[in-house]
Design a protein around this ligand. Structure first.
Ligand SMILES: [Zn+2]
Length: 83
């Protein structure tokens, strides 16, 4: 496997959809090519960051909560604790 081929398979490798024999060649190339190890690491970081951005559909609620809602919660809390 060449560096170019390896970069083409990275997405499949990380998602686990790579055929076992291709995976073997992939890892064999990583063992001899520090450049591709570095590339794989930076690719993983990018994917991780990208997932956070597109997580809204299936993941937990996004960090951005409407301010109206926050104020409603806060005022409800202060009322009940006073009450
Ligand atoms: Zn390489």
């Amino acid at each position: 496997m060449t560096c170019r081929e390896l970069t083409a398979f990275i997405a499949d490798y990380l998602s686990g959809e790579i055929p076992p024999e291709t995976r073997l060649e992939f890892e064999r190339h990583l063992a001899i090519c520090p450049n591709c190890v570095t590339y794989l690491r930076s690719y993983e970081d990018t994917v991780r960051l990208g997932r956070h951005a597109f997580e809204d559909d299936e993941g937990p609620l996004p960090d951005t909560v409407p301010e109206d809602l926050i104020e409603a919660v806060l005022s409800a809390r202060s009322k009940s604790s006073a009450g």
